[in-house]
Design a protein around this ligand. Structure first.
Ligand SMILES: [Zn+2]
Length: 359
């Protein structure tokens, strides 16, 4: 352990504050994190938006950026990811040498490690591309590909409602549907990064056919993709923002969608709680808070599971980290990989928005 500490001190990632006197032996070192000892970049590319940010080693946001995109393929998406990364480094005014990596989030599922799978919820043209290798060569930085739900769980854990919890699952309503699982505060990824692929958990055995080959998958009832495929079929704009607007408009078709989606959510929550024995299930997504709240409101009483508490503690929570939650979680990821342990991962004790520059 002292070797690691000495290395971190030499790398200026830790500061020695003072030594405490001891009656016998060598005095122990008092250490603090050097916020400027390392930086990390998080990028979240989705069907309609690219969001990015820079975090310092204390977890403070140092710069953020956002672009509108239109279902980017590799030809349009890769240059855009490179451009926003350079602008974020420049805007945060940090040394590139101190950037320990870039966490990149794209809609999964992933077929094998860092190679995106097929399906209507993934971005077009990326199938078969080794995103981590291509981008790490382009950026000349380590790149870590993650799915949106796991990044959202990390984002909520460091910047939102999950700060107090170590065993949580984040249900993420994106174009598809995903689940991000943290166990003992650590992301549980599975062999190919597909753990928590709850979108394809069959909840209705004789239900709708799914593109995965199964039937009655949760994503067919609870996702932005299924909302437009089943309920708002005339819409040409099939973005999360458009679904937000439809729900806000009081459109009479909303009730049928909410009833169906909330019923699916209720079954999924019971499944997740019984498998994972979570402290809390967090609802998050590309859709806004009003839509998430409407889903909770529409849902019948939660099914009694192992997570039922007599103390009335809430086991279902809305995410609070905001629309950047996935990009923030993506930026935490390189720090995890730097140490391979949460013990030394940056803590967001000094979270804040000072020194933030928006491009
Ligand atoms: Zn499926």
């Amino acid at each position: 352990m002292s070797n690691i500490v000495d290395e971190l001190l030499a790398a200026k990632m830790l500061n020695e504050v003072q030594s405490v006197r001891k009656l016998q032996g060598k005095p122990p070192k008092m250490l603090s994190i050097n916020a400027d000892g390392a930086y990390s970049i998080g990028l979240h590319l989705d069907h309609g938006r690219l969001r990015g940010n820079v975090l310092d080693f204390e977890g403070k946001l140092r710069a953020r950026a956002e672009r509108t995109v239109d279902r980017p393929n590799p030809q349009t998406g890769l240059p855009l990811l490179a451009e926003i990364t350079e602008k974020l480094i420049a805007s945060a005014n940090v040394s590139r040498q101190l950037v320990c990596g870039v966490g990149v989030v794209m809609p999964g599922p992933f077929a094998t490690h860092s190679t995106l799978a097929h399906g209507p919820t993934v971005l077009p043209g990326w199938q078969g591309i080794d995103v981590e290798t291509v981008l790490s060569e382009k950026f000349a930085l380590p790149v870590y590909l993650e799915n949106d739900a796991t990044a959202a769980a990390l984002g909520e854990s460091y910047f939102g409602v999950a700060r107090e919890f170590s065993d949580v699952c984040c249900i993420f309503i994106g174009t598809g549907l995903g689940g991000g699982i943290l166990i003992n505060g650590q992301p549980f990824r599975g062999r190919y990064g597909n753990s928590g692929e709850i979108g394809h958990v069959p909840i209705y055995p004789s239900g709708r056919a799914c593109y995965c080959g199964g039937r009655g998958c949760a994503e067919q009832y609870l996702s932005v993709f299924s909302a437009f495929a089943q309920h708002f079929t005339q819409e040409t704009d099939r973005s999360a923002e458009r679904l937000d607007a439809i729900v806000a408009s009081g459109d009479p078709r909303i009730k049928a969608w909410l009833d169906e989606a909330a019923a699916a959510l209720r079954l999924l929550i019971a499944t997740l709680e019984n498998i994972l024995d979570t402290e809390a299930i967090i609802l998050s997504g590309l859709v806004n808070k009003q839509v998430l709240r409407a889903l909770f409101k529409t849902m019948d009483r939660p099914i009694v599971t192992v997570a039922h508490r007599n103390d009335g503690a809430s086991r279902l929570l809305l995410g609070t980290a905001g629309p950047d939650v996935v990009a923030l979680g993506a930026a935490v990821y390189p720090f995890y990989n730097l140490f391979g342990s949460t013990d030394l991962a940056p803590h967001s004790a000094a979270r804040g928005t000072s020194n933030v520059k928006t491009l």
